[in-house]
Write a protein that binds this ligand. Structure first.
Ligand SMILES: [Zn+2]
Ligand SMILES: [Zn+2]
Length: 751
């Protein structure tokens, strides 16, 4: 069965005329397919072409291909529109809960079930013959009661489903207002059915029961007759008291969440006899006495339910995500307890769907008190209060300035000049329609210019009133920029798990320092992602993140459906951005003649501004500082808003920096080519300096080879000087150090 097929009568609104790419065999009336591999496309001579979406194209869509939204590239406005409609989307919603289906309960059936459910408790007969007969009756009555409960379950299941479906349909229509008049007839049928099922549901729960439950919820801990002789079986009076109070709490929890009358919970007394032999002397008397105690609690709540109360009008707004849990047909309503569902069924007087789904209820005062003060599945407010402070969603939907609908131009399928500001509703639709919507986006606002942010961050901003446009998402970037970077399959794939390059310690080796560089980051990323489907996405994310001034802004907000922190890219991308190993800074340490470690006093030069990410740059928090890649910190690699960002120069100056011995305490933003070149040059010079000092100490040593090697560092060309030293002072410092080394060298030995 294919659900929610797009049909030619569905108005396409602003998407009418959008170009789409299709495959088809020859002939004017042949079906159109989204790919050449569709099993319904039999002809080998199918060709690919571009057509403009309209009713005639929709009529020719292959039903197999048409059920899914692959008519447009994922993430585009058209794809979001089609995906929201097809499959288990809007078209399916409009088609469901319109009439009573064959499983639905008839009104007569419901009335019968209701009368059985609400039948008063039978009187207990006294003589033995009557007792036997009564037991048979009881069995039959129990069967009937079970059947009635099944009816109640079925009716409430349909009602919850119809309510959630209506909520979903209206939410989806909000985005595409041009569909509203077309959908009107279907919505009317859905509303009628919803009302009919609510009438049935209302019959199956009584107000008395709901009031009794509210009274039970409000009940204070009662006194219990713990020193009653019948309870001696439970232990000393203190123990008996503990057990009786535990029974009371169990009774209260059960009664307050239930839509059955409290007397149905009488079986709970048997918990007192848990682990007790049924032949134990005094057991039956103990249970008998406990039943009487429980009956006392029951009569207190019954009394409360028999009174008449003032009424109060409350409203409950169905939250936006109440019915849109991805990959699941469950809704928030499926998680409500029996009592709350019963209250909604019995007391709802009105339901609005636009601009927001709002349920209005007229409830007796004790029910209102409970709804307003305790935690429930939905949140309830007094109508007056709700009227004074409309929810932010409602404001934006009512405001004439709000972007009215979802058309081309919000996502990337139009020229930049006709781009339209993105709203929270657009992003919600994108997230609902696109599996990997959480990615990085290049966005532009007049306030902050161009930025790169994750979808979840963009959602937060839109909710706070940010106004801007999406320029492109990671998946919108042109393939041409990334294809060349991909190594052919099999090549450069990790052999024997060789992902990380071997560390080079010899500064004269050409690869010294390269492991810290940007280019190596990309190679590491490719090796980490080798064979994975998301390698392309990882490269695009790396490219976008490289342009960001502060990587801490990459932190996402919120959690996905499964409760995990949202991730815009694979954690391997962090290794492309950061080098998790530390720099060897000895060449830059002061040239003091004490200790075994002697620096060369070289200027930091272009390395001074290298970004350092650490959990604590200045010893402000308890514990050691960790690098973003340290396993001591959190399961996920990466930089968060709580991390410190300092420059290398600042880190060196921070006396209280206390690094973790495992991770070294920090990671650096990967070095540019110039930074790698200077890092290597500084290490080579430092190494030479050590040799120079050794030769100088050695009487009669020959320094001519070293002098030749030093030449290279004296004659830096202008490009090198400018690339390595941000100030002339540093360039001079470098030259002076090399000069001093040259002078230290003994001349050529006697020939
Ligand atoms: Zn097809
Ligand atoms: Zn650590």
């Amino acid at each position: 069965m294919i659900y929610g097929l797009l049909t030619p009568d569905v108005p396409l609104g602003p998407f009418e005329g959008s170009p789409i790419t299709v495959w088809s065999a020859q002939g004017k009336q042949t079906k159109l397919h989204t790919s050449s591999s569709c099993s319904y496309l039999r002809s080998a001579r199918a060709t690919e072409r571009e057509v403009y979406l309209d009713a005639s194209v929709v009529a020719r869509m292959c039903p197999q291909c048409g059920a899914y939204s692959s008519w447009a590239r994922p993430g585009t406005g058209l794809a979001v529109f089609l995906d929201t409609l097809t499959g288990l989307g809007l078209l399916y919603e409009l088609d469901s809960f319109r009439d009573a289906d064959e499983d639905a309960c008839g009104d007569e059936e419901v009335r019968q079930a209701a009368s059985l459910l609400h039948r008063p408790a039978p009187a207990v007969p006294t003589d033995t013959a009557a007792q036997d007969e009564a037991e048979d009756d009881e069995d039959a009555a129990w069967e009937e009661l079970q059947e009635s409960r099944r009816v109640r379950e079925a009716v409430f299941r349909e009602w919850r489903g119809a309510l959630a479906s209506m909520h979903r349909a209206h939410q989806q229509l909000e985005l595409f207002p041009w569909l509203r008049s077309w959908a009107e007839a279907a919505l009317q049928m859905k509303a009628d059915r919803l009302r009919a099922v609510q009438v049935q549901a209302r019959l199956l729960v009584t107000e008395d029961t709901l009031l009794a439950a509210a009274a039970a919820a409000a009940m204070q801990e009662p006194d219990v007759p713990a020193d009653d002789a019948a309870f001696a079986l439970l232990g000393c009076p203190a123990e008996a008291r503990k057990k009786l109070l535990s029974l009371w709490r169990r009774w209260q929890r059960t009664v307050e969440d239930s839509w059955d009358p409290p007397r149905e919970q009488a079986y709970l007394v048997h918990h007192l006899a848990d682990g007790m032999s049924s032949r134990r002397k005094g057991r039956d008397q103990m249970l008998e006495r406990a039943r009487a105690v429980m009956a006392g609690w029951e009569s207190r709540v019954r009394l409360a339910s028999a009174r008449t109360y003032d009424e109060q009008v409350l409203v409950a707004c169905l939250p936006h995500n109440a019915a849109t849990e991805r990959d699941s047909r469950r809704s928030l309503l499926d998680r409500l307890d029996e009592w709350e569902l019963g209250v909604l069924a019995v007391y709802t007087v009105d339901t609005d769907w636009q601009p927001q789904s709002v349920i209005t209820m007229r409830v007796p005062e004790p029910v209102a008190a409970r709804l307003l003060t305790q935690q429930h599945g939905l949140s309830y407010t007094e109508r007056e209060a709700a009227g004074m402070e409309p929810a932010p969603d409602a404001v934006s939907a009512l405001s004439p300035l709000a972007e009215p609908s979802f058309g081309p131009g919000v996502f990337d399928d139009t020229p930049v000049r006709s781009r339209r500001p993105v709203t929270l509703a657009h992003l919600r639709a994108l997230r609902a329609a696109m599996r990997d919507a959480e990615q990085l986006y290049v966005v532009f606002s007049a306030d902050a210019g161009l930025e790169v942010v994750a979808l979840s961050v963009l959602e937060q901003r839109c909710a706070a009133g940010w106004r801007g446009v999406i320029i492109a998402g990671a998946s919108d970037l042109p393939d041409a920029l990334f294809d060349s970077q991909r190594t052919p399959a099999g090549q450069d794939a990790p052999e024997d798990g060789e992902i990380w390059p071997e560390r080079v310690y010899d500064p004269h080796h050409a690869a010294f320092g390269a492991g810290l560089g940007v280019a190596e980051g990309e190679r590491v990323l490719l090796r980490l992602c080798a064979g994975r489907r998301d390698v392309d996405h990882a490269l695009r994310s790396l490219a976008l993140a490289r342009g960001m001034a502060d990587l801490r802004q990459l932190e996402t907000a919120g959690y996905d459906d499964r409760g995990f922190a949202r991730r815009p890219f694979a954690s391997a991308v962090w290794h492309g951005l950061l080098a998790m190993e530390q720099l060897d800074l000895q060449p830059f340490e002061p040239a003091i003649e004490t200790g075994w470690r002697r620096g060369s006093g070289l200027p930091l030069g272009v390395l001074a501004q290298v970004q350092v990410y650490t959990s604590d740059a200045a010893g402000r928090y308890q514990g050691r500082a960790h690098s973003p890649g340290c396993a001591h910190r959190r399961p996920e690699h990466g930089v968060g808003r709580d991390d410190d960002l300092v420059t290398l120069e600042e880190l060196i100056g921070s006396k209280d920096f206390d690094p973790c011995s495992k991770c070294g305490g920090y990671a650096i933003r990967r070095l540019t080519q110039d930074q790698v070149a200077y890092y290597r040059a500084a290490h080579r010079l430092h190494h030479l300096a050590q040799q120079v000092h050794a030769v100088a100490r050695d009487v009669g040593g020959d320094g001519s080879d070293l002098a030749a090697e030093l030449e290279e560092f004296i004659r830096l060309d202008r490009n090198q000087t400018e690339a390595w030293f941000p100030s002339r002072e540093q360039a001079c410092q470098w030259r002076e150090i090399v000069d001093r080394l040259r002078r230290t060298l003994p001349g050529p030995g006697p020939a």
